[in-house]
Design a protein around this ligand. Structure first.
Ligand SMILES: [Zn+2]
Length: 244
């Protein structure tokens, strides 16, 4: 179907095309991830100059052609300028965008991922949370949204819910005291188990609402990193800038 559509979402990335144009990737509520052409988006007087930058979110007026989209205009709600002008935070921002672009799909319901991105940016800017915590909550919740995350609610051996003292990357599950001898797994603290349960079960809109003790946060960062190194077979470009 061809015609005009209004899509609400966020610009994940943009690249120059020809002399004056851009191609952008949008994460939208209505169509999941789409790529769209923005004619004249590099002409200084075009409204699309500001509207087609990464981090920009709002409502996009888009023409849907047979096999491509073209951006005509936009009603921008948030540019996240404070994020793009902070030399450290902006790399976290780019890292989050890159992860979202890698995992999202066209014509898929990506609403939760969109909310997660938005809330993660707000959390970065609030100054209330350590940036490393925002990063690993974002990384862990991304696994949950992808549907590929460790079971943190019951033992991967017996399905029991008590004495969940271990985590087995092989079984992608927590392991109870009784099954540990048979199934192995590395010891985890009850605080990190609780944090992982909270991140898994809480909607993204309410996710950034807690901080952790330093050692619990370090443990969560380590577990999340191990999981990414093992199961996410992709190296994100912005990781290098974050020293990951
Ligand atoms: Zn068990």
């Amino acid at each position: 179907m061809n015609g005009q559509v209004f899509l609400s979402g966020m610009v994940l990335s943009c690249m120059p095309v020809g002399e004056f144009d851009r191609r952008i990737v949008l994460l939208t509520k209505e169509r999941g991830k789409i790529s769209a052409f923005a004619r004249g988006a590099r002409r200084p007087k075009s409204q699309l100059v500001a509207a087609t930058n990464p981090f920009v979110s709002g409502d996009f007026d888009v023409y849907e052609g047979r096999d491509s989209y073209t951006v005509h205009g936009a009603d921008i709600k948030n540019y996240f300028e404070e994020l793009t002008s902070d030399i450290e935070l902006v790399w976290y921002g780019y890292y989050f965008l890159e992860i979202a672009e890698y995992f999202s799909l066209e014509n898929n319901d990506e609403t939760e991922r969109l909310i997660l991105l938005y809330q993660a940016f707000r959390a970065l800017l609030s100054g209330k949370f350590p940036v490393e915590l925002v990063r690993c909550v974002y990384e862990f919740k991304t696994l949950v949204i992808n549907g590929d995350y460790p079971n943190v609610f019951s033992c991967g051996g017996c399905d029991g819910k008590k004495q969940l003292f271990y985590l087995s990357p092989d079984k992608r599950s927590v392991i109870c005291e009784d099954c540990h001898g048979r199934l192995g797994g590395t010891a985890i603290s009850s605080s990190v188990l609780y944090a992982m349960q909270f991140i898994t079960a809480t909607p993204s809109a309410k996710l950034f609402s807690f901080t952790l003790k330093e050692d619990t946060q370090a443990e969560l960062e380590r577990i999340t990193r191990e999981y990414y190194n093992r199961y996410v077979e992709h190296k994100f470009k912005s990781e290098a800038f974050l020293g990951l």
